[in-house]
Design a protein around this ligand. Structure first.
Ligand code: MRU
Length: 347
């Protein structure tokens, strides 16, 4: 199964990340050889997308382990836990980051002093990466099944949830790949996703490569497009899903959900269980990242707004569970999510 471009490449002693700040104009891989470089790559959005951030952080721990063990073979643990702490500070909203670091920490805790932790940690990071791809492929099948039995129709997606945002294949974009292959989808409307333009720069790039008919729309065109009647599903990813089924995702997702309910369009969230945070009761508890005002005030180096203008740039919002028709994970489908269904799904 074609899983799209490999945005994350593990080289054994370094990590290569396709620089998503430069796409689609430039396809350049950035090499990270230590933890600080991985922290920087996540913070600066060289790599972005919830699962991709988690996978990259896991590889970052392997780089940290190698350096700490070489410098202090008898006492690598303390320094490595500091590295884990630094990685955890890189971005706040996507829970996959903390989930992956917890998995790496569990391995660290299980290893003896005085022996190299590198091989075992590398094995865990590779497993996190491979499991993500497998989860995406399974979600692709499940999401496509959910859409079966109707005439082919158009869908709207938001942000970038494809190979670039994950270990490969994608979450919402994975469902779109599978559904298109199954003949269920006529066309994808991809929101440009202001202000960082994940839709225009990244999703459009992946859809063009895949040959899936797609049209980019301004975020503000979604209501108009839904009103035309050609769209049956909105399909998005998630950065964190809480115990009641609320979903944090790229800013603008909540507006799409409100619009979808008004227009009778169904709303599907596609995310692996690594995105579900059962520790948080509701979406109100999710830390929402604010990024620099410059993302709004400028387009690359070009000033868009008056020099002294101020901007407010929250980059995620929370969609309440009641607006969500289905959450698709690798374990199955949760229809009309609520706390009981979420708890049952998570076992
Ligand atoms: O700020 P980003 O680009 O990291 O935000 C990414 C998103 O909001 C995605 O929709 C989400 O992570 C799901 S990706 C599989």
């Amino acid at each position: 199964m074609n899983q799209g471009v490999s945005a994350i490449r593990w080289g054994g002693s370094y990590l290569e990340l396709l620089d998503q700040r430069l796409l689609p104009l430039d396809e350049t891989y950035v090499r990270c050889s230590n933890v600080a470089e991985v922290v920087d790559a996540i913070r600066e959005m060289i790599v972005r997308g919830a699962p991709a951030i988690g996978i990259s952080a896991a590889y970052g721990v392997v780089l940290g382990a190698d350096e700490r063990y070489r410098n202090q073979p008898e006492n690598w643990r303390e320094g490595l836990l500091e590295d884990v702490g630094a990685l955890a500070q890189s971005r706040p909203t996507a829970v996959n980051l903390f989930w992956a670091l917890d998995r790496m920490k569990a391995v660290i805790d299980s290893l003896p002093d005085g022996e190299s932790p590198v091989a075992r940690l590398e094995q865990e990071a590779l497993a996190i990466h491979e499991e993500d791809v497998a989860a995406n492929q399974r979600m692709g099948e499940l999401g496509a099944q959910l859409m079966q039995g109707e005439q082919p129709f158009a869908v709207i997606t938001h942000c970038n949830t494809g190979s670039l945002a994950t270990g490969g294949y994608g979450t919402a974009l994975g469902v779109i790949r599978s559904a298109y292959k199954a003949g269920l989808i006529t066309r994808v409307f991809a929101d440009e996703t202001r202000p960082w333009l994940q839709g225009a720069r990244l999703t459009a790039w992946e859809l063009v490569q895949e040959g899936i008919p797609a049209a980019l729309i301004a975020d503000s065109a979604a209501a108009h497009v839904m009103k035309s009647g050609q769209v049956k599903w909105v399909i998005v990813g998630a950065d964190r899903i809480t115990a009641n089924g609320d979903v944090a995702n790229k800013i603008g997702t909540y507006s799409l959900a409100v619009l979808a309910r008004y227009h009778g369009v169904k709303f599907m969230v596609v995310a692996p269980t690594s995105t579900i945070d059962m520790q948080l009761a509701t979406g109100q508890d999710i830390p929402i990242e604010e990024r620099t005002q410059q993302e709004l005030l400028k387009l690359r180096d070009m000033q868009l707004a008056p020099e002294r203008a101020q901007a407010f740039n929250p980059v995620f919002d929370v969609t309440p569970a009641e607006l969500i028709d289905a959450i698709v994970t690798e374990k199955g489908v949760i229809l009309n999510p609520d706390p009981a269904k979420m708890a049952e799904h998570m076992g």
